[in-house]
Design a protein around this ligand. Structure first.
Ligand code: NZQ
Ligand code: ZN
Length: 390
């Protein structure tokens, strides 16, 4: 393992088909006034809302509701939420939903008691809250697996006026205090969203895996998670109510992005940077923005990290290595990824998400470029990858 790191994760997880039975107890550790944040109403249709309200009652809470969090939550919605949190002087935020709702809850948690422009400070300038600043604690009930937001400090906010979608990774103080993970809650997800979440999870693992060249335990953990996600996804797309598959997907998604498999490593994240720029232009579903550019991106950078891509083919996809050059093997691994994307029904083309050739220059300009993958991309290379993904 390279480098020096501190590992701690403050989020307590309650997992399983009876996980919600712990919610009332978990809530008892926090103040009386709870801001209940949720999305467009799926929780009212699938019964999750009723479970949550019953637990809030049992725990003796006073509830203020803040519904209507959209996918890819916006700055305008954030500004609405911070006013509600502040005016009601809430003690705790309970986020019930997918990554968008949980990300949004974290954003409200840090922004509510800050008087200035929160977007500019936390997302554009990437500042952290200072010690002593008031942060409202957050808890989560997860209804969609994929982002890992239930056990991390990530909060992605979109500013449509500026064509920008930016993720801020906050520190431990902003991680959810607890998360309730009931795989059955994900059964009502539309097929498209389930698949998007599966690819998002896979992409988080690949973003951390495709960087560095030392022998690291983190990469072996990543390989195990990828194998589990692939196996479970193939079951879940045919049989969405298969508890074994959906529970594995939920657990893998949490561990894919709760900092564990990135320890001691550099990390790439360029697929996400391109995906976020596509999202800023099209408001497309996050996981699909990733699936539609991944194959072109990995084919483009493969030669700079050949041995890792060959290992990916061999270990993750079980492709026999005998008689093949490293390049051939590596390339077959990316072919296997492309086949899997088609098999599970994730998007393979950005044109299917509303991207037009005229948008490519703007999307490339809006892409934040990191230098920790196998190749630091130039804006021209991003345009080429986008053209290949059309
Ligand atoms: O709004 P509701 O009615 O809840 O419907 C949602 C939404 O339409 C629906 N849904 C969720 N659970 C459901 C359900 N429908 C039926 N039954 C259920 N059980 O699914 C739709 C998508 O939900 P959303 O929360 O938007 O999806 P996801 O979990 O993929 O979150 C996406 C957001 O997370 C950010 C993305 O950029 C995007 O803004 N990310 C956050 C990360 C983090 N915190 O670390 C990392 C990720 O890479 C990602 O960037
Ligand atoms: Zn993601």
């Amino acid at each position: 393992m390279k480098g020096n790191f501190v590992y701690a994760n403050p989020t307590k997880l309650y997992f399983g088909d009876e996980a919600q039975k712990n919610l009332a107890d978990a809530l008892k550790n926090f103040g009386k006034k709870v801001l209940l944040i949720y999305g467009g109403g799926s929780i009212k249709r699938n019964g999750v809302y009723d479970d949550v309200i019953a637990s809030l009652r049992t725990a003796g809470k006073e509830v203020v509701e803040l519904p209507g969090v959209m996918s890819n939550p916006t700055v305008d919605k954030l500004n609405e939420g911070r006013v509600v949190a502040r005016e009601n002087n809430v003690d705790f935020i309970l986020a019930v939903g997918g990554g968008s709702v949980i990300d949004y809850a974290k954003a409200v948690s840090v922004a509510a008691w800050y008087d200035g422009d929160a977007w500019e400070r936390f997302w554009v300038k990437q500042e952290d809250p200072q010690p002593g600043e008031r942060i409202i604690p957050v808890g989560a009930v997860l209804t969609m697996a994929g982002t890992g937001s239930e056990m991390n400090g990530g909060s992605v906010i979109t500013n449509h006026a500026a064509n920008m979608k930016i993720g801020k990774v906050f520190g431990e103080e902003v991680f959810p205090k607890f998360a309730v993970l009931n795989p059955v809650y994900t059964f009502s997800l539309p097929h498209y969203q389930m698949v998007a979440g599966i690819f998002d999870c896979m992409s988080h693992i690949m973003e951390q895996y495709f960087s560095g060249d030392d022998d690291s335990t983190s990469d072996y953990l990543a390989e195990g998670l990828m194998r589990s996600v692939i196996a479970s996804s193939l079951v879940a797309v045919k049989d969405p109510e298969n508890y074994e598959a959906r529970s594995n997907i939920m657990w893998s998604s949490t561990w894919a992005l709760n900092t564990l498999i990135g320890e001691g490593k550099t990390q790439d994240w360029m697929v996400h940077m391109i995906g976020h720029a596509i999202g800023a232009y099209t408001n497309a579903t996050h996981g699909m923005t990733l699936s539609s550019v991944s194959v072109a991106y990995y084919r483009h950078v493969m030669k700079y990290g050949l041995s890792r891509f060959a290992r990916f083919a061999r270990v993750v996809w079980d492709i026999p290595a005998e008689g093949k050059s490293e390049e051939q093997l590596a390339s077959e691994g990316i072919d296997a990824l492309a086949d899997w994307i088609k098999k599970i029904g994730a998007a393979s083309e950005i044109s299917s998400l509303g991207v037009t050739p005229e948008m490519i220059d703007g999307i490339a300009d809006a892409t934040i470029i990191f230098d920790a993958g196998y190749k630091k991309l130039t804006p021209d290379e991003i345009k080429e990858i986008l053209r290949h993904s059309l």
